[in-house]
Design a protein. Structure first.
Length: 275
């Protein structure tokens, strides 16, 4: 693993916006193209060890519901949900019917224990091609660090990098990345997974937490928290908290409101240089 993740491709000036949601219909329709596209490969990102499954439906959040009633969350990616009041042009059931025509669907589970929503995390393949990689390559999903690291995560990151360089899908939207100093728009996204970029003004270490500040004290700029256990893991991989000061970085994770917007970081993959 690289000591500290660098921006993939040429960095573009991030623009702010309150919403980075996609119509699932567009996502679903575009995702169908992966059946005829060359498979994006990385070491370990193949269907080895996957077992055949039967898909019952795909939710608007792109969870895969199987006929045996298991609910599968696509590992290592974040796909954006429908905006309120917008009706999909293509129903999830139509995606299932067309996708399965491209070959058998298979699943490689990452763990037998479900999350608090009853979802199992895994890699899904259709016709031998990884679904997460295909979605990321088209700019319909972004890499999301998870506690359970998929064998396809490096391929997902590489696919995201290609989409970013080509301004595909998500990366071509003017409101894709929020400014870390735009507190009002960050608050609007309370509880949502976002990407934000800004220059780090100050870092500090406290008893149990480290802080990364994008704005002056008293402003509503984003700040990051890293607990000591996560910071220790990150430092073993070459990360140094102090190296962030004065650097422009891109962060990804769930933003929460409080005295000012904040994001908890527990994985090195959630931070990358953006300058």
């Amino acid at each position: 693993m690289n000591e500290f993740r660098q921006s993939q491709g040429t960095a573009q000036a991030p623009l702010a916006g309150p919403n980075i949601a996609f119509l699932p219909a567009l996502l679903l329709a575009s995702a169908l193209a992966f059946l005829s596209a060359p498979a994006a490969r990385a070491e370990g990102c193949d269907a080895a060890g996957a077992t055949e499954i039967e898909i019952a439906k795909v939710t608007d959040e792109f969870d895969i519901v199987l006929k045996d009633e298991r609910n599968i969350r696509l590992a290592g990616v974040k796909i954006f949900s429908t905006e309120a009041g917008q009706e999909p042009a293509i129903k999830p059931a139509a995606y299932v019917e067309q996708a399965e025509a491209g070959g058998p669907a298979t699943l490689r589970l990452l763990a037998p224990i479900s999350d608090r929503w009853g979802r199992l995390s895994g890699d899904v393949f259709v016709g031998g091609r990884n679904l997460q990689v295909s979605l990321a390559e088209k700019g319909l999903a972004v890499a999301r660090p998870d506690d359970l690291r998929s064998a396809c995560y490096d391929a997902i990151k590489a696919a995201e990098g290609r989409a970013r360089r080509e301004n595909a899908g998500f990366w071509g939207k003017p409101d894709a990345i929020l400014k870390a100093t735009d507190g009002a728009k960050l608050v609007e996204r309370d509880g949502s997974f976002i990407l934000a970029s800004g220059e780090v003004r100050h870092v500090s270490r406290r008893k149990n937490l480290a802080f990364v500040d994008f704005g002056a004290p008293g402003t509503e700029s984003l700040y990051l928290t890293i607990d000591n256990r996560a910071l220790t893991r990150m430092e073993k991989l070459g990360f140094k908290l102090e190296q962030l000061t004065g650097r422009r970085i891109l962060v990804r994770g769930v933003v929460l409101s409080g005295r000012s917007p904040h994001m908890g970081i527990d994985d090195l993959e959630a931070i990358e240089f953006w300058d």
